[in-house]
Every structure is written in C-alpha cells, then in structure tokens.
Design a protein around this ligand. Structure first.
Ligand code: SAM
Ligand code: DTB
Ligand code: SF4
Length: 330
C-alpha cells in the first residue's frame, strides 16, 4: 500500500455496553490498534482530555524491599532464582531503610511510594514487617503501594487495615500467551489475587508487559482483560520488557516504539478514567517517543534512578523532559 492510498477513515470502535459495564472485546481493541496512527492518537487524546488534566503526570517511586531469590519462574524477571542473572539476593530491608528512601522520594517530588518484594506471596511474618513500613510511609504523607505477590483475602484485608492505598499485581500478558512466560502460577491465580484486593477496598494497580514476543492481538487481549475487570484498575502500569541477561526472554526481538505508543493509546481509550503509567523500559525510550506516549494518554511514570533491580531515567533527565513538554507533577 502506498502512502496516498485510501485508508478507512477513523471510526471509533464501539464497545458494547451491558448493564453499567462497558465490555471491550479483543476484536474491538485490535481494531483500535489498526487505526491510522494520527486517528488513534487523536481519539486517545480526546478521551484523555475529557477525564484528566492533559499536562499533569503522577509520579511513583519504587523500592525493592526484598530482592532476588524468588521461587517463581516468570520468564522476564531477573529476580527468579531459576534464572542465572547477576542480581544479588538481599534480605528484607529494615523499616528505617525504607523510610529513608521514602523521605528522599518525597523530597524529589514523588506522590506515591511503591514497595516491591520478590515473593510468590507474603508469609504472615513478612506481612508484619511490610505493615510497619506502610504505616511509616503513610505517616510521611505519601500514598502507599505494595507488590508482594499473591494475596489471600485475609492478607489483603490486613494490608487495607494498615492503610495501604494501592496493591500492584499484574496480569502481564494475554491469557493465551501467559503459559509461554510463567509456569508456577496461573492466570486464574492472578485474577483471584486481584479479586481479594478489590474486595478489601484497596485501589487496584494492574497492568502488563509488552515486547515479550507477543503479537498485536495478544496486546489487545491483555488490554481487554484489564479493561473488563469491573471496575477497571485505578492504575495501569504498561511495562516495556527490560531485557536482562540470564532471563529466558533475553534476546527477544525489540518492539517497534510506535507500537508501544499505540498500546498506550489503546489503554487510554479502553480505560478512560484510569491512570496509565509508563513503567519499566522508559530508560530506552527517547524523549520524543515519551512525548508521544503522554500525547497518547499516559499520565503517570516511575520516577527515580531505579525500578526494582534495573535502571530508570534519572531525576534530572525527567525534570528536563517535563520542562521541554510543559508537564507538571501531580
Ligand atoms: N513478586 C511480585 C509479583 O510478581 O507479583 C511483585 C514484584 S514483580 C517484579 C512486579 C512486576 O514487575 C511483574 O508482574 C512484571 O509485570 C514486572 N516486571 C518484572 N520484571 C520485568 C522486566 N524485566 N521488564 C518489565 N517488567 C518487569
Ligand atoms: C510494574 O508494573 N512495574 C514495576 C512495578 N510494577 C513493581 C516493576 C518493574 C520491574 C522491572 C525490572 C526490575 O527492575 O527488576
Ligand atoms: Fe518472582 Fe515477581 Fe519476579 Fe515473578 S515477577 S519471578 S513472582 S519477583
């Protein structure tokens, strides 16, 4: 097809409505992905402006409070004990160590502090330690988020009672691709944890990873699963695979950055009131691609030099980027 050929004029794919919930089929989302780029971005930006300040971006800082040695086998993850990576195991941090990182995050301008642990799920003793951290971080005036693996309903309840604002647990990819990436827990396990979190009254932070060798229909499939959670997650991290030597996914063909922008746009359109977060992989994106992601409706980032075990743009680079784009932190 040459660039002058007639392409179907952009028509918003219409999701079907049942009761109060909007159902997004994989087909409808795949159709969005297939729109001419300008039409897709225009639609995403229109949805974005209807619900958010178009120039505001929420800042979350991550800290790994327990690193490496994880018994799970997630194919992307440097912290799995099954993958020969350079990550050194580190026992759980003290509350004081966590609070000093949280104070620094707050001073740098973050509004939310997210604590990650390389566990299949927390044991009761682990939960006691994390609850102490949550109370301390809340007392600093930061929103709190934790990602500790699978949760039972009573554990979610305990975290809610401790004042945890968000729990992060990702679906990672489409159901049909999931078994190629993770063998030690099922998609249903993840949905069960998400149900426990939702039931407890905490906000849900749930997204996935692209660039793992999935095809476009699978990216649409992931977004369909996320958008059809009822209600949709309040926070949707879209990670671009960070390829770490020693993990099974190291060497996967890189995703076209414009396809990443399309994924952000489709997330925005299908989850109009959720925060869509540019998450892992931002270090490898140019300022110009990040600008397109913000135009496509991303309105949250991980902020600070590190994710859990891998790098993230430094604060100075992000400050320059925000200045270049006239963005402000929320
Ligand atoms: N262990 C807990 C769990 O998996 O539920 C919490 C921490 S885990 C590191 C949180 C999320 O980080 C994963 O679900 C995955 O989406 C993301 N992640 C991990 N390694 C990644 C990588 N190399 N690139 C992109 N995202 C990654
Ligand atoms: C999420 O979706 N991405 C973050 C957070 N939730 C916990 C983690 C990204 C991890 C990237 C690989 C690493 O640094 O180990
Ligand atoms: Fe463990 Fe989480 Fe990494 Fe999976 S993503 S190996 S559960 S730390």
């Amino acid at each position: 097809m040459n660039i002058h050929s007639t392409v179907p004029h952009a028509v918003a794919s219409v999701p079907s409505a049942s009761n109060n919930a909007t159902i997004w089929s994989v087909d409808a989302i795949e159709a969005l992905f297939g729109l001419p780029f300008n039409d897709l971005i225009w639609q995403a930006q229109s949805v974005h402006r209807a619900h958010f300040d178009p120039n505001g971006v929420q800042l979350s800082t991550l800290l790994s409070v327990k690193t490496g040695g994880c018994p799970e086998d997630c194919g992307y993850c440097p912290q799995s004990i099954r993958h020969p990576t350079a990550v050194a195991q580190q026992a759980i941090l003290s509350t004081e160590e966590v609070l000093s990182a949280a104070r620094a995050a707050k001073a740098a301008g973050a509004s939310r502090f997210c604590m990650g642990a390389a566990w299949r799920g927390p044991k009761e003793r682990d939960l006691d330690a994390v609850i102490d951290m949550i109370k301390g971080v809340s007392a600093l005036g930061l929103e709190t988020c934790a990602t500790l693996g699978m949760l039972k309903p009573a554990q979610a309840e305990r975290l809610k009672q401790a004042g945890l604002d968000y729990y992060n647990h990702n679906l990672d990819t489409a159901p049909e691709f999931y078994g190629d990436i993770i063998h030690t827990r099922t998609y249903q396990d993840r949905l069960d944890t998400l149900a426990s979190v939702r039931q407890s009254g905490m906000h849900v932070c749930c997204g996935g990873i692209v660039g793992m060798g999935e095809n476009r229909r699978m990216r649409a499939g992931l977004l369909s699963e996320l958008a059809n959670l009822d209600p949709a997650p309040e926070s949707v991290p879209i990670n671009l695979l960070v390829q770490v030597e020693g993990t099974p996914l190291y060497g996967t063909e890189a995703l076209d950055p414009l396809e990443f922008v399309r994924t952000i746009a489709c997330a925005r359109i299908t989850m109009p009131t959720s925060r869509v977060r540019l998450s892992a992989g931002r270090e490898t994106l140019s300022d110009e691609i990040q600008a397109l992601c913000f135009l496509a409706g991303a309105n949250s980032i991980f902020y600070g030099e590190r994710l859990l075990t891998t790098g993230n743009p430094d604060v100075e680079r992000d400050r320059r980027l925000f200045h270049r784009l006239g963005l402000h932190a929320e």
